[in-house]
Design a protein around this ligand. Sequence first.
Ligand code: F6P
Length: 254
Amino acid sequence: EMMKELLGLSSLEKELEQRLGVPKVIVVSGDSDENDWVKHELGQATSLELSSRLKPKDVVAVMGGTTLAAVARMMTADAKNREVVFVPARGGLGEKVENQANTISAEFASRAGAQYRLLHVPDQLSEEAYSSLILEPSVQEILTIIKSASVVIHGIGDAETMATRRNSKVPSLQKLIDNHAVGEAFGYYFDENGKSIYKQRTIGLQLDELDQDKYVISVAGGHSKAKAIAAYVKNRPSDVLVTDEGAARSLLDL
Ligand code: F6P
């Protein structure tokens, strides 16, 4: 804490809370676009925040991405986590295996000494496949667990970066550019006013299900994500935002 004061991070946190309307902002030093170790710092800060909130029977829904993978790696085992269940928040969104929500959720559980459940849903679901999959009893069972989550942890990405990384045909990069998409989270693309302009079809939590009962922890750093973070919190203000100095300073310059 004293270190934070010295580095001026505490005042950055206060300014961002006001500017973004997010009750709690945590800023770690550095810029994850420039140095890889900053993601570990984001991971550590988020893992501490999560661990301090976890209650014995919580269900925690997690998203994918490299930042969330870093958070999972920093979790530590605790006896009170034995009945906590980690689940992926949504089905496949076109990520590599190590960055998929399923993989990350299992990693969270094994590090934290908790349980996990998988959700097997392919990427790029057709309308027909979607309609029949959600009728499967095994899918319905896990969906019920996912929807009961009391804590949700997710990353935020730059819209163009995410569409390119997913090699996305639908929506096409051109469509996203035409609609001024700046950010992405949960498979939803947002414009700078926080309006959702496209949603990837997959099973799991939908954005409008992130009601006030769910404690939402957003984790995203790097100056290149400033616009994306600002857009996302206009749609559904996070309960906690964990970010880095690079993103924080760029956010205040927007
Ligand atoms: O694809 C899953 C996801 O959580 C996206 O919703 C988000 O934009 C992205 O990963 C963040 O990835 P990273 O942490 O690697 O920047």
